[in-house]
Design a protein around this ligand. Structure first.
Ligand code: GLV
Length: 318
């Protein structure tokens, strides 16, 4: 029987799906990420692992699994936690969960855009504190979305879904992407710009590029300095795309505001970030709806079942 490790308790009972397919399932039945030592121990002898974005599947993990490992199915669209090149060299298939989380993640980006633009969290805290003195004409003035320019960095599936939602708000759309995105240009009149041009032109900059070593800290002090005064930076992609120390500096100066769902060293925050009132900070909730997380878990399990049955994976990466 093929041993399959599931590294976390998931919101869908995919252990039974895998068991029905003849796999011997080892479920680490915990909400929390497994300790590294436990992960390495439980990987031993696995033919497949269903991992989440917080488990690092690198050379050490592949060694721990041994030569019988055939597939790593990431229950996430991003797969920067996996050494894909090394997997390929060792003949291990890597899969992810694209498409099923696009709409939920785009919704969450908009939750951050609205909350950051209209200072929703500051307002909520004020009301709860009992210190709110009642309505006043100049309280918590925010950014008007109608007529504002939305800058999408990365016009892939999620970036496109975020841009599509802007039509209801009456916004102009700009995007930075290696290739033209005719759908965005046709449907929304979106204009393609270089990253620098986009940063200068946008009232809201929303990041939607996958993390790769070459785009580590692509938004640094220089790029933050190009943003318009009063602009918002929204990140639902990966924390390491942003130089967080530079972001804290820029936020401290009060020039920009930020809505973040992801951080470079989750769950740790960059020093000073949590104290800043001009930020909305979420705990990596992009795909966190029951429907989406259920679809992701099933998709990851179906990839494992396909590979172990000798069929091509449904969602290969790399
Ligand atoms: C979550 O961060 C994902 O990549 O799906």
């Amino acid at each position: 029987m093929n041993k399959v490790l599931i590294t976390r308790r998931l919101p869908a009972p995919v252990d039974s799906l895998l068991a029905q397919a003849g796999c011997a399932v080892d479920l680490i039945d915990s909400e929390a990420a497994p300790e590294r030592a436990e992960l390495l121990r439980r990987l031993s002898g696995c033919a497949a692992v269903l991992a989440t974005a917080t488990e690092r599947i690198d050379g050490e993990a592949l060694e721990a699994a041994g030569t019988g490992l055939r597939v790593v199915a990431n229950c996430a669209v991003g797969y920067d936690n996996i050494d894909v090149l090394l997997c390929r060299r060792r003949g291990v298939v890597v899969t992810n969960t694209p498409d099923v989380l696009t709409e939920a993640t785009a919704d969450l980006a908009w939750a951050l855009i609205l909350a950051t633009a209209r200072r929703v969290v500051e307002g909520d805290r004020w009301v709860r504190s009992g210190a709110w003195p009642g309505w006043a004409p100049s309280q918590l003035l925010g950014v008007e979305l109608c007529g504002a320019t939305l800058g999408i960095v990365g016009a892939g599936r999620i970036g496109t879904a975020v841009a599509r939602r802007s039509a209801g708000f009456g916004m102009a759309v700009r995007y930075a992407h290696p290739r033209a995105a005719p759908e965005l240009e046709r449907a929304l009149g979106a204009q393609r710009l270089s990253l620098d041009e986009l940063l200068r032109a946008s009232d809201i900059v929303s990041l939607h590029v996958p993390f790769r070593e070459e785009n580590r800290r692509m938004i640094g002090a220089r790029e933050l300095g190009l943003m318009r005064p009063g602009a918002l930076l929204i990140n639902t992609a990966r924390g390491a795309l942003v130089d967080e120390a530079a972001l804290v500096q820029a936020l401290r100066s009060g020039r920009i505001r930020a809505g973040l769902d992801v951080y470079e060293a989750e769950p740790r925050l960059a020093p000073g970030l949590a104290e800043l009132p001009n930020t909305v900070l979420l705990p990596h909730l992009g795909s966190a709806t029951l429907v989406t997380r259920t679809r992701m878990a099933r998709m990851a399990a179906e990839n494992i079942i396909a590979v172990l049955a000798g069929r091509p994976p449904l969602n290969p990466v790399g």
